[in-house]
Design a protein around this ligand. Structure first.
Ligand code: ADP
Length: 266
C-alpha cells in the first residue's frame, strides 16, 4: 500500500555523501525544492517491513526541534529514508570543533533545543531509546534538533541492540535499561542528562577511561559523571536529577524544559 510517506524516486535527486552510520551511507540531495539528507539503507542492516509500518507514525511527528522524516522510498531496494538536511552535522563533532569558543548562552541554548524536541516526543508517548549528542544534528542557523528517534528498534545488529553487545550505548543508558531493557521517557531523561554533560564538556566522551563493565559497576555503587567545569551549579543539579536511580524520581521533559528555560535569560 502506498501512503503519503512514500517518496517517488522521480522527485528525488541525490548528491554528495555527508556521512555514514549504522544503516549505511547518508547522501545530501533534493526532494521537491527541499534540501534533504537521504539514508541509503544497506542490505540486511534494517528490518524494513517493521520500519515501513512505523514510518507512517514517524512522518507525522513534526516539531521545529526534531529532524523531520519526510518519507521513505521503498521502490528502491534496499530502501532509502528522506530527512530534513542538517547542514552542520552532528552535535558531538560541532561541539568539539568549537571548543573554547562557545558562550554560556550558547551551551544552555543547545540543551534547551534538545529538551524542546524531547518534550514533544514525550507528549506523544514516543520513546527515543538512543539520545546522545551524536544523535542530535545542527542546522545552518545553529539550531540543534533531535534525530534518529526510535530507530534502534529497526537495527539488525545484535552488537548494537543487545545491552551485552559491544556497540550498545551503555554510557548513555539508565540502570533499568542496562538491567532489564526497560525503555521509557524516564530512561530518555537519563540519556538527556548525559547529553547535557556532553554539551558542557564541549563534546568529551563520558567516562572516558572506563570500560562498559566498569561504568556499570560505578553506577551501581552510586557514582555519577562529575560536574563539567563550564556547567553552572544549577545545571549540574538538573543533570543529577536526571540520574536518579529510580525512574520515578527523575523529572519529565516538560518539567526539565521549564527549569532550563528559567535559567536562560534569552
Ligand atoms: P545511522 O542512523 O545509520 O547510524 P546516523 O544518523 O548516525 O546514521 O548518520 C550518520 C552521519 O550522517 C551523521 O553523523 C551525520 O554526519 C550524517 N547525517 C545523518 N543525518 C543527517 C541529516 N539529516 N542531515 C545532515 N547530515 C546527516
Amino acid at each position: 500500500s502506498k501512503g503519503q510517506w512514500e517518496v517517488d524516486p522521480a522527485d528525488l535527486t541525490l548528491g554528495e555523501e555527508v556521512g555514514s552510520g549504522q544503516f549505511g551511507l547518508v547522501l545530501q540531495g533534493r526532494w521537491r525544492e527541499r534540501r534533504v539528507a537521504v539514508k541509503m539503507v544497506r542490505e540486511g542492516a534494517m528490518s524494513e517491513e517493521d520500519f515501513k509500518e512505523e514510518a507512517r507514525v514517524m512522518t507525522m511527528l513534526s516539531h521545529c526541534k526534531l529532524v523531520q522524516l519526510y518519507g521513505v522510498c521503498t521502490q528502491h531496494s534496499p530502501m532509502c529514508l528522506v530527512f530534513e538536511l542538517m547542514e552542520q552535522g552532528c552535535l558531538s563533532d560541532y561541539l568539539r570543533a568549537r571548543r573554547g569558543r562557545m558562550s554560556q548562552d550558547t551551551l544552555l541554548g543547545m540543551c534547551l533545543d534538545v529538551s524542546e524536541g524531547m518534550a514533544y516526543l514525550e507528549s506523544n508517548n514516543f520513546i527515543h531509546r538512543d539520545l546522545a549528542a551524536r544523535n542530535c544534528l545542527v542546522s545552518c542557523n545553529n539550531v540543534v534538533k533531535v534525530s534518529d528517534f526510535g530507530m534502534t528498534r529497526f537495527v539488525l545488529d545484535d552488537q548494537y541492540t543487545s545491552s551485552q553487545g559491544s556497540k550498545f550505548p551503555i554510557k548513555w543508558s539508565s540502570p533499568e535499561v542496562i538491567k532489564y531493557c526497560k525503555f521509557s521517557s524516564k530512561s530518555d531523561i537519563w540519556s538527556f542528562g548525559v547529553c547535557m554533560w556532553e554539551v558542557y564538556t564541549e563534546g568529551r566522551l563520558p567516562y572516558e577511561n572506563r570500560s562498559n563493565g566498569e561504568v556499570v559497576e560505578a553506577l551501581n555503587a552510586g557514582l555519577r559523571l562529575l560536574k563539567p567545569r563550564q556547567a553552572p551549579e544549577a545545571v549540574h543539579l538538573l543533570m543529577e536529577w536526571c540520574w536518579k536511580e529510580k525512574p520515578e524520581d527523575r523529572p519529565s521533559f516538560a518539567l526539565l524544559l521549564h527549569e532550563l528555560a528559567s535559567l536562560s535569560d534569552l
